[in-house]
Design a protein around this ligand. Structure first.
Ligand SMILES: Nc1ncnc2c1ncn2[C@@H]1O[C@H](COP(=O)(O)OP(=O)(O)OP(=O)(O)O)[C@@H](O)[C@H]1O
Length: 292
């Protein structure tokens, strides 16, 4: 049994010492992690290495060094790579839709790539996943006629086809309006029941609302791995309110009330306030990364 919230004792996905460089840029610098059932949020500033990590775990690019397993399969061998791909659903940052495809035809095409050869069973599965993301009514519509939120749901349906045990979602809520984002969060939460989901996002609200674990990356390295509550707790006693931005604060901004919220090492007598997950996240970063 896999426990939610604590380090998974029997991880579905386990990686050790992953490294990948693009020229002199170390996109992944000795990344190790363990993922269990439920939704793990992957947070980090631009260029942290999130997309690179997801692409490696999705076997889209090989790491220079290190190893990982997905649901017991080792992608270091041709057979293992094949098995990982069959066990995987991947929603990339920019899904490669053909805009003239209908939603049904696109998901069916992905199902064919996943080697579902029995046509009627495959079509049943395509209808199932389109229904699961609430797109049954528009399955015959061309993708170019769908809204951004609906397109993202088509991409999620394609990732869900074949009921994969490991779902990799690269910034799936980017560009969605608040209502669509909320709907998408519900879908991801449902998808996380009984499977392993790794979700890259810039939205700390995504993590606070739907993740049972969180990993923070920066500069190609893992800076934090734990529960959202543990990340928030890092900021306990390190967030305070003042009438001016405190010069020594790592981050500080004027809030809607006109007061400044400061995150860092508070001065004596500071007026401490309740920390959030975002405060804890900011404290895992260097000052230059916070400003980025
Ligand atoms: N194909 C590539 N060629 C050269 N450099 C790359 C390539 N892909 C990524 N990089 C570099 O590797 C580093 C990590 O990039 P990556 O896209 O993984 O970060 P990220 O955390 O996903 O960023 P973002 O949040 O902006 O998407 C960055 O410095 C980036 O410029």
């Amino acid at each position: 049994m896999t426990s939610l919230g604590t380090t998974p004792s029997v991880p579905s996905v386990s990686a050790a010492g992953l490294c990948l460089s693009y020229g002199s840029t170390r996109a992944l610098d000795d990344v190790s992690l363990r993922l269990g059932h439920g939704v793990t949020g992957l947070l980090g500033p631009n260029g942290a290495g999130k997309t690179t990590l997801l692409r490696v775990l999705a076997t889209a690019v090989p790491a220079d060094r290190g190893a990982f397993t997905v649901l017991g399969h080792d992608p270091g061998t041709a057979r293992g790579r094949h098995d990982v791909r069959r066990a995987l659903g991947y929603l990339p940052q920019t899904p490669g839709f053909h805009p003239d495809f209908t939603a049904f035809a696109f998901v069916d095409y992905v199902a064919i790539l996943k080697e579902m050869t029995d046509r009627s069973a495959r079509h049943r599965e395509v209808r199932r996943v389109l229904d699961a993301v609430g797109l049954s009514d528009v399955r015959g519509k061309r993708i170019k006629r769908l809204s951004g939120g609906m397109r993202q749901r088509v991409a999620l349906a394609a990732a869900l086809v074949g009921d994969p045990g490991f779902l990799v979602l690269d910034e799936p809520t980017v560009g969605l309006d608040p209502e669509q984002r909320m709907r998408f969060r519900e879908l991801i939460a449902t998808a996380g029941e009984g499977r392993t989901v790794l979700l890259s996002t810039h939205q700390t609200e995504d993590v606070a609302m739907l993740c049972n674990r969180v990993i923070v990356m920066a500069g190609g390295r893992v800076r934090f791995e734990g529960t959202p509550a543990e990340l928030s707790a890092r900021a306990a006693g390190r967030v305070w309110s003042s009438t001016q931005r405190h010069p020594g604060a790592k981050a500080g901004w004027r809030t809607g009330t006109g007061a400044f919220r400061n995150v860092g090492d508070p001065p004596d007598g500071a007026s401490l306030v309740e920390p959030t997950l975002e405060d804890g996240y900011l404290l895992t970063l260097d000052a230059s990364e916070v400003a980025a």
